[in-house]
Design a protein around this ligand. Sequence first.
Ligand SMILES: Cc1cc2nc3c(=O)[nH]c(=O)nc-3n(C[C@H](O)[C@H](O)[C@H](O)COP(=O)(O)OP(=O)(O)OC[C@H]3O[C@@H](n4cnc5c(N)ncnc54)[C@H](O)[C@@H]3O)c2cc1C
Length: 498
Amino acid sequence: MIEPGHYDVVIVGAGISGIGAAIKLNQMGVTNIAILEKGDSLGGTWRDNTYPGCACDVPSALYSFSFAPNPEWSRLFAGQPEIRTYIEETAAAYRVGDRVSFGTEMLRSQWSDATRRWQVETTKGTFTAKAVVAAAGPWNEPLTPNIPGLSGFGGEVFHFSRWNHDYELTGKRVAVVGTGASAVQFVPAIQPTVDELHLYQRTAQWVLPKPDHRVPAAEKWVMRRVPGSHRALRRIEYAIMEGLGYGFRHPWMLRIVQQIGRAQLVAQVSDRNLRTALTPDYTLGCKRLLMSNTYYPALSQPNVEVHPNAVAAIEGNFVVGADGARRKVDAIIFGTGFHILDMPIGSKVFDGQGRSLDDHWKGSPTAYLGTAIAGFPNAFVLLGPALGTGHTSAFMILEAQLDYLGQAISHARSQDWAPMAPRPEVQAAFNADVQAALQTTVYNAGGCQSYFLDVNGRNSFNWPWSTRRMRNRLSEFDAAAYLVANDKSSTETKELVP
Ligand SMILES: Cc1cc2nc3c(=O)[nH]c(=O)nc-3n(C[C@H](O)[C@H](O)[C@H](O)COP(=O)(O)OP(=O)(O)OC[C@H]3O[C@@H](n4cnc5c(N)ncnc54)[C@H](O)[C@@H]3O)c2cc1C
């Protein structure tokens, strides 16, 4: 039973990142750890997102821990229930659940120069720790736009990530606001049951065919019985996805892939006006890549209207589009994404001088190698800034970071947990390199507005190089890049602060 008290490491969040960090630390012999989880079970994203059609969009063999292969995936792209089960079973196999304090929300964490520890205030009391790992998830806090009149709407309103399964959609008039990765999944799932579906689309998306299929029994048999087969499959899937990543760094190559997206649009949408509305005006990959075989056919059904504009206001039970048109609906479902670069931990984590991450970042999150933050001793962030890709599995990024985290924690332990944070100038140089390299990638040069860009218009999300390079960079902890407050008599870590 994990109670408030002192731990070597406190991990915030029990999704794949927190679970992965706990497994890594445990393997290193760091067992005095607490995982704080505000929810009542494991799984993060895959616990919260129960919307119809929810599934991963990179192949499952790749969207899983390399050290915990699952030969039983039923589909090439597994659905949410199966992914959630996989995460729970992996956590159980490594006895992670024993370290979790459920229903415990981290409210505020501050480094104390006096005690050289993190003071972590939660809904269950105060934890202290020599190191903290923020594994709170970039895709955790739903983003609902501030639409005038929304609070006066008389019908049902929810965000896809908190799907209201008690609300019966059958026969209802439904407005869907937003056309991101999840809308592409749930729109085809609900279209056959609703009476009317009004899809508000600010930007048309590139949608590629999804090569999904049931995994044949023979393939599962091979995965179970033939040593190395799972690793081989993973490598193939990795290489294919990496090919796409190469294109994202050399956007001229994407013209070929765009032809595939365009061909699917032409084949599945015969209405010329609808096709025009669904044709993107930017380069594929500039926004997160989407895959679906059923999205365009769903939008072509007579009960669906695509409105190629934003929602301007809600008036009573009417949704008013930016074009001025009013439609009466019974329910509004937001498909509008998450607070990603304005991440909630930004206002909850403080340095020794009481300055928050948000104060440091001023709207543009940065971290050394996306993992450690100048001025924040012995603190690490998983799936942090500048590590996102538009193509491969979050597990690839995470495992590279866990490698680094393990070495960083070992180093801290070998120094008797001395406060240690990246040198500000090293962090700044790393981020300058990232920004320079991003300029020619499709993320920056593709001609779109995406969630990769922060409030300052800067790309704080993407890694501009190959994931091989990411793995190499993170495979060696570079102690020289860090300032270490070794002097035990000193109670100050001001020298660690930029
Ligand atoms: C619907 C969806 C589909 C996705 N599909 C893919 C995919 O196909 N491929 C891919 O590579 N990536 C995908 N992602 C992105 C990413 O892989 C997942 O979001 C992944 O689960 C991230 O894991 P995580 O552990 O970092 O965060 P999360 O899974 O979000 O877990 C974070 C945990 O932290 C907890 N938490 C947050 N704040 C606090 C706090 N203050 N105190 C205590 N607990 C807190 C949350 O309750 C949550 O359990 C998807 C994301 C979404 C939303």
